[in-house]
Design a binder for this molecule. Structure first.
Ligand code: ACO
Length: 333
């Protein structure tokens, strides 16, 4: 069974309610129809009757729920919650209402916050920043976590490295600035993500252009400091660094450059030292190794919210909804 089929199977076992706020995009309807038909999740689309009639024309929408943000009996509850969460930032009831009606991503996050939905998938026609910001503002990080980050589950064909070609790469999507503290935390959260999605033990490499002090620079020192913090805080996780990519992945190179490391040559969870490296790195593997890149999946939020590429197909939305549902199951435990 492929990775994505096993996720769909897991999602079906305990159905979660996922909100799709992009009623202005036809791919939303195409995906929603498939998701409901395959029993992967219950779907709520946010939109006015006019938006749904116009953009959902031609689709059999049986089994999909709809919320009209201008005419919803729960709306006042969401406005009150918005104000409660953001009053210190100067948000009034009028501002909350306007924001929710203008940007349905806010509406979707408030549905989750009030317990009326389990997760959100958006971004087919919104930028990553505009998709993530409402979640950061309203849902916030889960207890003990300071930064949300974004990982890709990489499925590399014909590959024996990692977990038979499966890897977590992070942060590839969110934090433009990564210091040692943040990198250490991303390492720990990525290990959890690997365990919950792949079902195997994570082996986490904190990557650099240096292996165990082979080069010296402030960038190397940052990664070394991240490794020190992570080892101290999360002694139960198999992690190591700083490692170059080949030392992290290839047994013979790892043995040569980092002898005795519990991770070198066996890494399946790669933590990049910057957003540039992570974002470029996953795209290189996706394009040159023809890997499937599932994500970016946000990790560290109090509830699952995930972003889509604007070039996505309806089937990509189906996959991300399955991942979001599986995250919601894990968070409910
Ligand atoms: N974790 C937790 N909270 C955060 C994080 C984070 N990583 N970043 C920002 N926040 C919080 C802030 O503390 C703030 O909270 P507050 O309003 O309660 O005080 C809130 O989120 C808004 O933060 P700002 O910094 O004002 O928001 P901004 O819009 O500037 O930044 C964002 C957040 C959108 C995530 C920004 O960092 C960003 O655009 N990152 C890059 C996204 C991107 O373009 N990625 C590459 C493309 S993705 C791809 O190719 C797959």
């Amino acid at each position: 069974m492929s990775f994505i089929d096993s996720l769909k199977e897991a999602a079906r076992n305990d159905r979660k309610k996922i909100v799709l706020p992009e009623s202005m995009d036809q791919r939303t309807y195409e995906a929603a129809v498939k998701i409901v038909k395959e029993g992967i999740a219950d779907i709520v689309i946010i939109g006015t009757p006019e938006e749904i009639e116009k953009n959902g024309a031609g689709y059999d929408l049986t089994g999909i729920s709809f919320v009209d943000p201008f005419n919803d009996p729960n709306k006042q509850k969401y406005i009150d919650k918005f104000v409660e969460l953001r009053a210190k930032k100067g948000v009034t009831a009028e501002m909350a209402q306007e924001q929710m009606e203008k940007d349905y991503m806010y509406y979707a996050c408030l549905m989750c916050k009030c317990g009326d939905a389990d997760g959100v998938v958006s971004g087919a026609c919104h930028s990553t920043g505009n998709t993530i910001r409402p979640a950061l503002q309203l849902l916030k990080t889960r207890p003990g976590i300071h930064s949300v980050s974004g990982f890709f589950l990489m499925e590399v064909p014909d590959c024996t490295l990692g977990e038979n070609g499966l890897f977590v790469f992070a942060d590839c999507a969110v934090n433009p600035q990564i210091d040692a503290e943040k990198m250490a935390e991303i390492a720990a959260v990525s290990a959890e993500s690997f365990r919950s999605f792949v079902g195997a033990e994570p082996k986490v490499a904190l990557l650099s252009f240096s292996t165990m002090g082979s080069a010296k620079s402030d960038d190397v020192t940052k990664v070394q400091e991240a490794v020190r913090i992570a080892k101290e805080r999360y002694p139960e996780i198999a992690l190591d660094g700083e490692l170059q990519l080949d030392a992290a992945l290839v047994e013979s190179v790892g043995a040569l450059k980092a002898p005795g490391s519990p991770v070198a040559g066996k890494a399946n969870t790669l933590v990049f030292p910057s957003l540039e490296a992570g974002n470029i790195g996953y795209k290189l593997v996706q394009r040159l190794a023809k890997a499937n890149a599932y994500g970016p999946v946000l990790q560290g939020l109090s509830m699952p919210v995930n972003d889509l590429s604007r070039g996505c197909y309806a089937d990509d939305i189906v996959g991300v909804v399955a991942m979001t549902a599986v995250q919601a199951q894990a968070m409910a435990k």
